[in-house]
Design a protein around this ligand. Structure first.
Ligand code: AN7
Length: 354
């Protein structure tokens, strides 16, 4: 059957009715790609799968939540949506708002948005305001705009966002015909770990023998790790700008996901993130953005520190939340530069090293 997006597919699990106008770009249904090389390379016994959310229409997992949030905003006759964003939320909100014909206002932290994301927000016609502050400041203003001026807030504190995003767990369970033993993922504002956990619990409730609950393994960047440190971080820093967040809105529900699943929320350094970013691109052919690579960085860290004790083969999912093309500057700045050669065959052959 012709795939028409996740609301049509999972309608009975989502808070929509026949009257809800569905605003969709056919998001969801993203590939779950089995790693060919990574387990051997890092010494993991078992299978690793990448849930490649960069394959969503605007290149990140945010589309899952945005199809719900914008559809419900249109149903409620909202004339405008607003969000604070480290980039991907603004790209997604701008696209879905454009499709719905509603105004979109985005507040972004100054100078820290990856180029691909900014290009999306402006191309889709959002009103983009670069504020002199960080993401957490921007979210405070977005909340205030929604309360005082009745714009619909489409950050993940909007419960419809979480409802849409939980469908990623459904897809993983369907693809594997079981749930994974562990799920590794980045944590920023912490909506996504909240959503995945909700989705896994739904499947577990429906068929507990088939869909056991996975351990949720969330990773923050070391310079932006409020949940790990146990306090808000006033000036969060990391090369993974998508998760440069010092005071996550879904802090409490992220801790619940961690504790109920007997998982962890830990941190990885920028160097570990960049190492994982390069490994998955160079040895698996998958290009994700730096924030997404924190899931793989976390997995590598946990294998290295001997977390997986018994030698039972395990099934691990790493969620790759956004596409590498979102942030071409980081790729070009951290990879090997192209060699410059004269336009003649001898120089070309020499450069290749044949
Ligand atoms: C690629 O776009 O917060 O823990 O404003 O873009 O659910 O916040 C993005 C977050 C992970 C963290 N990976 O997810 C925004 C924003 C990527 C992201 C996260 C983000 P949450």
């Amino acid at each position: 059957m012709f795939y028409k997006g996740l609301i049509e597919k999972y309608r009975k699990f989502l808070p929509v009715t026949e009257q809800t106008p569905i605003i969709s770009l056919h998001e969801g249904n993203t590939p779950l790609i089995k790693a060919r090389n990574l387990p051997t390379q890092i010494g993991l016994i078992g299978e690793i799968y990448f849930k490649f959310e960069g394959m969503n229409p605007t290149g990140s997992f945010k589309d899952r939540g945005m199809t719900m949030a914008v559809s419900k905003a249109v149903e409620a006759r909202s004339k405008a949506v607003v969000c604070a964003s480290t980039g991907n939320t603004s790209a997604s909100a701008a696209a879905y708002a454009a499709r719905a014909g509603v105004k979109c206002v985005v507040l972004i932290p100054e100078g820290k948005i990856a180029l691909g994301k900014l290009s999306q927000a402006v191309m889709h016609g959002a009103e983009v305001l670069e504020i002199d502050g960080n993401f957490d400041d921007a979210l405070d203003f977005a909340r205030e705009l929604s309360v005082k001026y009745r714009l619909t807030l489409v950050n993940s504190v909007n419960p419809f966002r979480i409802e849409g995003q939980k469908t990623a767990s459904y897809e993983i369970c369907e693809s594997l015909k079981q749930s994974p033993d562990y799920q590794f993922m980045p944590v920023g504002n912490a909506g996504n770990i909240t959503a995945y956990w909700k989705g896994y619990k739904d499947y577990n409730k429906a068929e507990p023998s088939k869909y056991a609950l996975p351990k949720m393994m969330g990773f923050q960047a070391a310079g932006s790790a409020p949940i790990v440190e146990g306090r808000p971080i006033a000036k969060p820093e990391t090369i993974a700008t998508a998760i440069r967040i010092g005071n996550p809105a879904s802090w409490k529900t992220a801790e619940e996901a961690r504790d109920e699943s007997r998982g962890v929320i830990d941190k990885v350094t920028d160097d570990e993130i960049l190492e994982a970013y390069r490994i998955v691109a160079a040895t698996e052919g998958i290009f994700c953005e730096p924030a997404s690579a924190s899931s793989i960085a976390g997995l590598i860290k946990y294998v290295r520190q001997g977390y997986f004790k018994n030698n039972e083969p395990i099934k691990v999912v790493c969620v790759l939340t956004g596409h590498g093309l979102k942030d071409p500057d980081t790729a070009v700045a951290t990879a090997v530069k192209p060699k410059k050669v004269k336009a003649n065959m001898k120089d070309i052959i020499d450069a290749i090293g044949l």
